[in-house]
Structures are given as structure tokens and as C-alpha cells.
Ligand binder design. Structure first.
Ligand code: PHE
Length: 336
């Protein structure tokens, strides 16, 4: 029965709104759009509340029938909203799972990283010395004056301190200038006889140029035993270098000064072009250093050496500038 009363007009508006709302919910493609559509129709400031402003003017009977229509419409929209919400969320979840699915057989990226040439060489040095019975030691990069200088026979005002321009920390410690600190730390830890190497980063307060960096890498070596002589240094170094360069290597010693060795040497090796090249400082461990480490120099003797890893990498690959090492330039690093 068509109802031309105010109540009837309101009821048909409500029914129209209901149909529009259901169509809108059906066409939403995401949970977000769905929430927006819900607010548009059923929100506090939505279309249904706007229409219902006419409700107060109706007669009691009209209120009753209109209220029923309103309630049915509202329930219908809410049910459709809940159903659409659930299916949209399921679709979204399925899409995300499909995207995240782990494919164990997916080809690996062609852009894999690799070890820096210094790390590669360091590992090779560690292996060669390990095979000769050397143990690998480590120590901190921030050190005390005592570990870096004092127990290595540098007195407080020793001019040899100037050989190693030092970066000091505000609390009076320093960035180790060499890995010889590990000689000191090893003597505190191990009882002789022992043989160790200690690779690590070292720091100097340097003006940088093609052959100087403020941060570089050394491998310290120390062997303590009975009756150690210079012949042992030569033998171990020849063995080591022949492995590294993959040919029989000739070495020679020239005098060199470091407060913690006596006698001290510069070790040169003979290049394939017949020229001698300075490679590593070394020497017999100074009795004062042994004593400072709690080792009796009457009973024990030993040698120590310092190997510059950066220089060795540069020689191996013909690199002309040490600053390439830490520049982090991929075009450089990808060559190794
Ligand atoms: N520690 C010295 C330096 O860095 C090198 C060295 C090590 C010399 C061991 C002799 C023996 O200059």
C-alpha cells in the first residue's frame, strides 16, 4: 500500500539509502575503502543520521513503523559490511603471503659481497703461521701508554716515541700505534715457550699520502723459547714469504732500531726483478721487555716481527696508493 504520509516518505528514503549503501560496500576494493563507505552511510555524521533528522516530527505510529524500517536497513548494511570486511581482509592476507613466500630455490643475487683484500691476506697469513704452531692472539685498539710504550722499553721521554705519532684519547689513553701491545698482553697471559701472531688495526696521527694512512693493519709475531737465535727469524720469515709469494724467497737483514728489540733489523726480500725491497722490521726481544713481561731473560729468548698487511696487499696487486684500502670505493674493492 503506497503511503504518502511523512512517515512513508522517510521510509522510502531510508530504503533507497540502504540499497545505495549495499552497492557501495560491494564495490569497495580494500578494507580502507570499506571503512570510509561505512562512515559515509552509518557514521555519526553519515547520511542515515542526516535523513533521520525528520524522525522527531512523526506521529507515534509512524515512528514505530519507520523505526522498524530504519533498524532493518541498518542491520542489513552492518551485516554486509562485516561480511565484506572479512573477505577483503582474507584477500589482502593471501596476497601478502603470496608475496612473502620464501622460495628456497630462488637464484641468489649476482651482487654478493666478498672479503676485503686485507681480510683475505690476513686469513692466509693466519693459516700459514697456524701451520707452524703459532697461536692467534687479539687485543684492544684503545690502549694504555704502558702497553703501547712503557713495557716495550720506551721510557717516558724516549725519543723513539716520536717515531710513532700517536692519537691520544681525552682520558690519557691512546689508539694503539702498533700491534706490539699484544707482545705485552701475551707475556701476561701465556707461560713460555710460546709462539703467537696478532693481526689488527693500528692508528697513527699522520698526514695521509700515497704511502701513509692514519689507520692501517699489522700482524705482530712473537716467539719465545730456549736458545732462540737470529737464524730462527730468517728461517720462519723465509718459510712464510715463500708461501705468500708462491716461490722460493731470499731475504737479508739490515740493522734497524726499535727500543723493544736488540739487535733490531729491517728484513728485505729479493724481488723477481733482482731488487731488494724492505718488508718487515724484526729483531730479538729486548731483555727489558722480557723482564717487564715476567719472563727471565737468562732462561728464555725470542724474536718478534711486525708485518704491514696493507703494504703486502699493495705489493701483491700492484696498488699504488694506500688510501684505496679504506676508501670504501666499490669500483676498487670489486676487483679482488
Ligand atoms: N711495532 C713496530 C712498528 O710498528 C714494528 C716491529 C715489530 C719492530 C716487532 C720490531 C719487532 O713500527
Amino acid at each position: 500500500m503506497p503511503d504518502e504520509s511523512a512517515g512513508g516518505a522517510l521510509q522510502s528514503k531510508i530504503t533507497e539509502l540502504g540499497a545505495a549503501a549495499l552497492a557501495a560496500l560491494d564495490s569497495c576494493a580494500s578494507p580502507g575503502e570499506l571503512d570510509a563507505a561505512y562512515q559515509q552511510y552509518l557514521g555519526k555524521k553519515g547520511e542515515l543520521s542526516a535523513i533521520m533528522k525528520g524522525f522527531g516530527a512523526l506521529s507515534p505510529e509512524e515512528k514505530k513503523s519507520t523505526g522498524q524500517v530504519m533498524h532493518q536497513t541498518r542491520t542489513g548494511i552492518e551485516e554486509r559490511f562485516a561480511a565484506r570486511k572479512q573477505s577483503l581482509e582474507e584477500e589482502a592476507l593471501a596476497a601478502r603471503l603470496a608475496e612473502e613466500a620464501y622460495d628456497a630455490l630462488r637464484p641468489l643475487s649476482a651482487e654478493r659481497g666478498h672479503l676485503h683484500p686485507i681480510s683475505q691476506l690476513q686469513m692466509q697469513v693466519e693459516e700459514i703461521f697456524s701451520n707452524m704452531g703459532f697461536r692467534i692472539m687479539d687485543g684492544p685498539e684503545v690502549e694504555t701508554d704502558l702497553h703501547n710504550f712503557g713495557r716495550l722499553n720506551f721510557s717516558d721521554d724516549h725519543p723513539a716515541r716520536d717515531m710513532q705519532d700517536t692519537i691520544w684519547t681525552v682520558d690519557g689513553n691512546l689508539m694503539r700505534t702498533h700491534t706490539s701491545t699484544i707482545q705485552v698482553r701475551t707475556m701476561q697471559k701465556l707461560k713460555p715457550p710460546f709462539r703467537i701472531i696478532a693481526p689488527g688495526r693500528v692508528f697513527r696521527y699522520e698526514e695521509t699520502d700515497a704511502t701513509h694512512e692514519n689507520t692501517f693493519h699489522q700482524v705482530e709475531g712473537m716467539l719465545i723459547d730456549r736458545d732462540v737465535s737470529v737464524a730462527h727469524i730468517i728461517h720462519i720469515m723465509k718459510t712464510f714469504l715463500s708461501e705468500i709469494f708462491e716461490r722460493e724467497i731470499k731475504v737479508r737483514l739490515r740493522p734497524g732500531y726499535f727500543p723493544f728489540v736488540e739487535p733490531g733489523f729491517e728484513l728485505d726480500y729479493l724481488r723477481e726483478d733482482g731488487r731488494w725491497l724492505e718488508l718487515m722490521p724484526c729483531g730479538m726481544v729486548h731483555p727489558n721487555v722480557l723482564r717487564a713481561g715476567g719472563i727471565d731473560p737468562e732462561e728464555w729468548s725470542g724474536f718478534a716481527f711486525g708485518l704491514g698487511l696493507d703494504r703486502l696487499v699493495m705489493m701483491r696487486y700492484g696498488i699504488e696508493d694506500i688510501r684505496h684500502m679504506l676508501a670504501g670505493n666499490l669500483r676498487f674493492q670489486q676487483q679482488f
